[in-house]
Each structure stands twice: as C-alpha cells, then as structure tokens.
Design a protein around this ligand. Structure first.
Ligand code: PHE
Length: 394
C-alpha cells in the first residue's frame, strides 16, 4: 500500500518537474514587450525633479497627450490587431544612475515595448546600453549628443544633433552678429555641454574667428559661483559668450556676468529652452539668442494645431521638449503601425524604414545613424519673451 502511494507521488513529482522544465524556459525567453488585455505599454523617461525639471514635465505631458489621442481614436493597429496604449513614466532626476535604474525598471518589471526618452544626453548615454541589450527600441526626444544613437541599432532620436547645432550658432555669431572674439563657458562633466562647446569652437575658428577664452566648470547641478571663470573671460576681452549649458546655470551665469559688467551678447543651444530661463535670468538674458528645435510662433498649420491642443490641455504653451516628445511618439506610432510584430527587432526595422513622416518639429527620415535630418530655429529673448527669430535648414 505504502509503495503504491509512493509511486503515485513519484509520478506526480515527475509531472511537476517536466512542466517546470518545459514552461519556465519558455516564459523566461519572452523578455521585452508584454501586452495585457490588448494594451501596449510604452515607457517614458525624463527629469521631473532637479535643475532641469521643466524638461521632464514637458516630455511627460506631450507623451500623455499623444497617447490619449490614439486611445480616443480607438487604439492603434499593429499587424492586424488593435491595441490601446499605456504610458509608464519614470523620473531620472537628470542623473545618469537614476536614468539607468529607470530603464531597468521599465524593461524588466513593466516590460514596455519601447521607451520614449530620455532628455539629457548624459542620461540617455546611461540608459541606451540597457535598451540596446534588451532589444527594446528607444527614441530619445531631445538628446543631441552624437554618441547616443551610436550605442546601437535600437537607439533612435527625434532631434537634430550637436555638430549641426554648434555649427549654426558659430555661423550665427560670426556672420549674422559679426562677432570675431568668442568666449565659451561650459560644464565639462556633461557630454552634451562639452560636445556642443567643441563643435562651436571648431566652426568659429574655421570661419576665421578667435576663441579668446575656453573655460569650464564641473557639474551644473552643484556649481553656483562662476566668478573665477567669468573674471578670466572678461580679461580676455571677448565680444560674445557662448554658453552650451542647461537653463538653470545659464540664468545664474548671465546674472553673474552682468553683475561684473560683462555686457556682451550671450548665446547658447537648446538647453536654454525652458519657460524658467526668463523667470530665473530676468534682464540678464534679455537680447540673447539660442538655437532650438521648434517655435510655437511657427505659422505652419501642423505646428499651430499642436500648440492649440497642448495649450488647451495644459494651460501653458508647449516648449521644444514637448514638441520633440510628441514627435518621438508619432515616430513610435508609425513604427508600430508598420511593424511585422511587436517584437523588438521588428519594431526596430519598421522605425528605420520611416520616410518623410510629417512631425511637428519637421519631417522625419533617419540617416544611417538613426538621426533625423532636420532644421533648427533661432530664438531671441525680447521683453522677457522667447521670440521666433530665424529658421535654419539642414
Ligand atoms: N539637447 C539636450 C541634451 O542633449 C537636451 C535638451 C533638448 C534640452 C532640448 C532642452 C531642449 O542634453
């Protein structure tokens, strides 16, 4: 009797073991994208706290809006099946370590199909290797450092890159403002700032201009006092100062420069693009110029439609970050619509093949490094407002 029970137990045990042996590997091999009740999960990452918090807020708002629009239309068709979309958004605090954690959480725990973001290049450089390894396509809305998409073939972006941006601002300083002696002050602990400083310098010198001071500081989040660098810069006698930094430190530098009587024009890149630039910088940034991706004053119907929908929903006009995040979503939706399946590699292939997609910040076709080839906008700060000044084509 006891023997028969044992045998029974043994049979049951074997059954259990074989079930485990067969199904666990199958379950484990299904990494990446999870769909629940016909819903596709999309990850989002951006800085919602810290010195660049407006970037994350704009990014999240625009993603939310783009996704709601799709859901209101009944969802998105992917290889013959309709899906609703769900956004899971994480704060990277503007810090690479937090960005890496956010990417891991979205990929391992939430099992998102793709990631929109992140914003700051140094954070995208920390997240991209994780997305690449997991074969989860990532579309950074705003990281302009060229290295970001070079991490691998799953990494895309919705913005132009810094060699272009540095070049157009050097051209602008030299040809439009007719300046010949430029100074540069930048954060050398950040890939974006450092890269943009170098690209500006190279082009300005190529044009025949002189870089009379090239000064750096470390960590925008911690540096508050720029007087040592500004004293050197003033002594070198520049006629223009290029600040390839984010808006919080630009505002601080501008105020300190004015306080020591450095009254030359200040110019910069897309990191200036925040409603807080003027709130923090006040008169110190008046009359200054920066390059960015989009202007809400652009009369084109596509831009105006986006501006009015966003303004109505969020009670404030969209900035470049919002436009780019919306565009990153349009890119992703187009990829999903044309992908053979929801698998990472199929989505990647569909994204690569996008041609002439009409987005808010321009038309999207990727080059072979997954960068869209797009134009830029130069904005002037006039009477405390960001005013459209000029459009530059690629
Ligand atoms: N281009 C910046 C970076 O790569 C991020 C940024 C884009 C900030 C657009 C503001 C507006 O770090």
């Amino acid at each position: 009797m006891a023997r028969r029970v044992d045998k029974h137990l043994q049979q049951h045990l074997w059954y259990l073991v074989s079930v485990i042996l067969v199904f666990v590997p199958i379950m484990l091999s299904q990494t990446g994208c999870a769909q629940r009740e016909n819903t596709i999960k999309i990850g989002g990452v951006g800085p919602l706290t810290g010195g660049a918090a407006t970037y994350g807020a704009s990014t999240r708002n625009a993603c939310q809006m783009a996704i709601e629009e799709i859901n209101q239309q009944g969802g998105l068709d992917v290889s013959g099946k309709k899906y609703k979309l769900e956004l899971i958004f994480e704060d990277d605090e503007g810090r690479p370590e937090s960005a890496a954690n956010a990417y891991r959480k979205l990929i391992d725990q939430d099992r998102v199909c793709a990631i929109i973001g992140t914003v700051m290049s140094k954070c995208s450089l920390a997240g991209a290797p994780i997305a690449q390894e997991a074969h989860v396509p990532m579309i950074s809305n705003a990281s302009t450092n060229p290295q970001v998409t070079l991490i691998g073939d799953y990494i895309f972006r919705a913005c132009f890159i810094d060699p272009f941006q540095g070049r157009i601002m050097a051209n602008f300083a030299f040809s439009s403002l007719e300046k010949r002696k430029a100074a540069v002050l930048f954060d050398n602990g950040n890939d974006y700032n450092k890269g943009l400083a170098e690209f500006f310098k190279a082009r300005f010198e190529e044009l025949g201009g002189q870089i009379v001071a090239y000064e750096a500081f470390t960590d925008e989040d911690k540096t508050q006092d720029f007087s040592a660098q500004l004293t050197k810069i003033k002594a070198a006698g520049p006629d223009i100062l290029f600040l390839p930094n984010y808006y919080s430190s630009v505002a601080m530098i501008a105020k300190q420069a004015r306080a020591m009587g450095l009254d030359i024009p200040l110019i910069g890149g897309d990191g200036w693009d925040s409603p807080d630039l003027v709130t923090l910088g006040k008169e110190a940034v008046e009359g200054c110029f920066f390059s960015t991706h989009f202007s809400k004053d652009d009369p084109s119907p596509r831009v105006q439609k986006f501006v009015s929908a966003y303004t109505e929903k969020y009670k404030q006009p969209p900035d470049a970050l919002a436009a780019l995040a919306y565009d990153a979503c349009l890119i992703l939706f187009q990829g999903l619509r044309t992908a053979k399946s929801l698998k990472g590699e199929d989505l990647r292939d569909a994204l690569k093949n996008i041609r002439d997609l009409e987005a808010v910040s321009g038309q999207i076709t990727f080059d072979d490094q997954r960068n869209p080839v797009k134009g830029a906008v130069i904005v002037k700060i006039e009477n405390g407002r960001q005013v459209f000044y000029q459009r530059i084509n690629p």
